[in-house]
Design a protein around this ligand. Sequence first.
Ligand code: GDP
Length: 610
Amino acid sequence: MRRRQKRVLAQQRGEQKPREKVSREVIIPDLITIQELANRMAERAVDVVKIMMQQGQMVQPSDNIDTEMAELIVEEMGHTAKRVSEADVEEGFITEETDENLLVTRAPIVTVMGHVDHGKTSLLDAFRNADVVDGEAGGITQHIGAYQVSADDGQLITFLDTPGHAAFTEMRARGANATDIVILVVAADDGVMPQTIEAINHSKAAGVPLIVAINKMDKPSADPSRVRNELLQHEIFVESLGGDILEVEVSALKKTGLDKLMDAILLQAELVDMKANPDRQADGVVVEAKLDRGRGPVATMLVQNGTLKIGNIIVAGTTYGKVRALINDHDQNVAKAGPSMPVEILGLSEVPLAGEPFAVVATEARARELVEYRINKVRDMSSIVDNSGITSLESMMASLKASEMKEFNILIKGDVQGSVEAILGALAKLGNDEVKARIIHSGVGAINETDVQLAAASNAIIMAFNVRANPQAKLQAEREGNEIRYYSIIYNLIDDVRDAMSGLLDPTLKENFIGYAKILEIFDISKLGKIGGCTVTEGIVRRGSSVRLLRDDVVIHEGKLSTLKRFKDEVKEVSVGQECGMAFEKYHDLKVNDVIECFEIEVIERKLEA
Ligand code: GDP
């Protein structure tokens, strides 16, 4: 009987005997969920949770943890951690040119924006066709998303032919500011319309200068002065009204005023003084890309710096490849493309996203490293539900807290002009010289896709007052990870913004004195170093509180206590009149008659005045 029991027990033990443990190298990104970390270690998530609980943290497998914590856990479980931080891999991908002497002027890059049917496409077509070089074969090809036009004196202007504000903002959302100048097309017979305002806000948010093109001047009903006055209401002061925004009257249909518009662009370009160094590895931005049946992935790229050449290895987002062919806007094969020049590129492994920045890298190995890192990062992010590069009120507070700029970006949509204005008025009163609410766009009506894009590009919270997002916008917001907050009471909206902004105020730190102790004797203890035998002369001393060492009333050290003993025991606190042993962390220069000052730092959160 006994023997059988023993055997059964041994068998059970045998089954439960842990498998030979494999120590793994675990790659840790900037943020990771507990579940994903467990997967990478080939451990169970519950075991990771257990470790966290031992550290006093209650978590779930779906929670995110930071790199330090992840590293600790990995080591605790017998693996080795390898951190990959964005800085290591992305470092040097696109670098600013620092040597002023190498910079030469480049062509300005122009985007056309405006209300639907005001003539964006017509204007772009007019410029495109104006550049058919004296009967020379092959004008600008229709299918390319960007092209260059030369003015009378040979100066070049690059047009991005991706009408619609979405393209403009989408690029910005991906971190590329491809546009130097925005042309705002306003039809003279129609005036300022909702998308005109949207375009104004988009370009303002991007900090890109505007030129107003008052179009359809050929129409009998054209009323350019009405356009000028309406623009005034949106803080667009055109030149003829004494402002500094250039305006040109044109007709895209009759092709009048185009030269003047080109002159205005070149004038504006001179003011901004756009420069690049052509003699370096190229970088720039993807304007558009598609999969071509015969040729594979084809991307139109705009070179912003350096010169792109056949044979270069380029990386754009999560794709890379060796440039096999470069095709210019006249459908001709070229060997290289310099700053501000758009080209089609063959040779990429996959189709990149429009708006993605690209750059030439030195080797294929480097290209692979970048792409692998980025693909992993995308995967890591998609496993993180609510805590990534995502604009929720909470995450925005966290990221703003870390940065200097304490502006709280908000996009507001409301049901009627009156309520929007009331909200704007109340928000303007919030804030102080440390934080302020910045309204990047406001308007009446449902939240649409461009609202979401604008908010995503500007890291703004969308606040909806008595309106809802349309289905496309809702999807878009989910994809971009933008938070939309809905309200039906103005006070609630204002309160939320105030609370969030209060979170951005640096807390006040208050020092509270708690006690003095005097050193009567010094003990040298091999394990602990020097210990001061003290008597508490005032208040109490507490373990864990901050301490200063005073000698003849001069502070000679500030730090923490490593030990606080009464007789042989570690104690939490010692009060006035009692004797104790004290030692500092990493500091041993104690002398008889020194005074130890004990204090605590109180963090007082501040709140904006209501
Ligand atoms: P988009 O929606 O802003 O791209 O506008 P389109 O370029 O498609 O133009 C909308 C309509 O306005 C078309 O029917 C054009 O022919 C017309 N249009 C554009 N420019 C002019 C112009 O200068 N004069 C007149 N009369 N019509 C124009």
